[in-house]
Design a protein around this ligand. Sequence first.
Ligand code: ATP
Length: 438
Amino acid sequence: MAKKNIVTDPLMDKLVSLCKRRGFVFQSSEIYGGLGSCWDYGPLGVELKNNIKRFWWETMTHRRDDIEGIDAAILMAPQVWQASGHVDGFTDPLVDCKKCHHRFRADQIEGKVCPDCGGELTEPRNFNLMFKTFMGPVEEDAAVIYLRPETAQGIYVNFLNVQGPSRQKIPFGIAQIGKAFRNEITPGNFIFRTREFEQMEMQFFVKPEDDKKWFDYWRQQRWQWYLELGIRPEKLRWHQHGKDELAHYAKDAYDIEYEFSFGWKEIEGIHNRSDFDLSRHTQASGKDLSYYDEETKSRFIPYIIETSAGADRTTLVCLADSYREEEVKGETRVSLALSPKIAPIKAAIFPLVNRDGMPEVADKIYHDLKKHFKVFYDDAGAVGRRYRRMDEAGTPYCITVDGQTLTDETVTIRERDSMQQTRHKIAELVDIVGARLK
Ligand code: ATP
């Protein structure tokens, strides 16, 4: 049985427990003791992650004319991974401690002894990160296929399939969101590094001579996206890959890093992949993946600028960046100051008390708003406790029906971060809440 999901960082501990308490994220197969580094998204978590993916999709496809979307299969012909270099090169150097038998990635530890017990380490040996499985009923070498370790290859092999029908001309891009699998040696830090995760990748095909221009453009666009997501800019920084770090396909690469409680870590990679991918697939498949430029009457293999982000990692960034603790009237108030645009629940509706016609009015507001946004009805317990529950869920607005509502058709809207309450007409609620979600 794999090691359990052990998290030792204080902020991460609090996040893991909030996520379990409020139904964001649970340990996979928990009733059986959990499966190492695998996590399930609960009712609030799936909304949050879907909202992040939707915001990425809207930014990268709907708002643009030069990017098309696809959804390729997870299982691909094994030759894809030969040509891409993954069968030979997608490895991490693995070392074991001879004393406590803990396992590490040699490139992630400093020094030559075990960071846990100081014991002697084995020599590094390369470990391929791809999960293997068998296609069809026979478990033999000829039937081996892989779970994709990245979504990018599904885009490259479909380059001409997309370009033809969409009538896109270079420069243009193809975007995809989907699951990827890596048999990571040292997964951990909650949903930061898992063996099954989702990627949000976009591959932009350009003329070789324009690569630098588009690389700079996409770096700037992707940085901006995190700001629009509501992430604090002081928690973001660039890391340029040095010569020794560059992947085999990359001409230049920058990571956007976020300052987690466990250090500065990559959240997205922006890579200039040169003509490596389309050249390799042309050679290996025998199908010409070059592009004919009508204007210049020339044929060439496009360069690719890749933006590669993780949906789960971004979800963790949003949770960690928005986590707040403060003293309010002698009690600790915990809240998630999530951008309203990605908050799982946009507004909660409460009758102040369960009588005097208040529940009926609140129920009607709930059903009206439900047609527009994800909303939640709560009439259980004191209103203060209901506010606190919604603070932890990251709900930006709580709408309360009180005695005054029955006389003038107004309600209070309580804003999560300031805790300020203002009165508004019921008829204006859809517009008011809607305007604040953009
Ligand atoms: P690392 O060095 O952290 O292993 P990487 O450089 O291999 O990452 P890429 O191959 O560039 O990562 O993947 C692009 C993005 O996919 C990462 O920035 C991250 O957001 C996400 N990602 C990669 N591996 C994982 C994982 N094991 N769990 C969760 N997300 C991941």
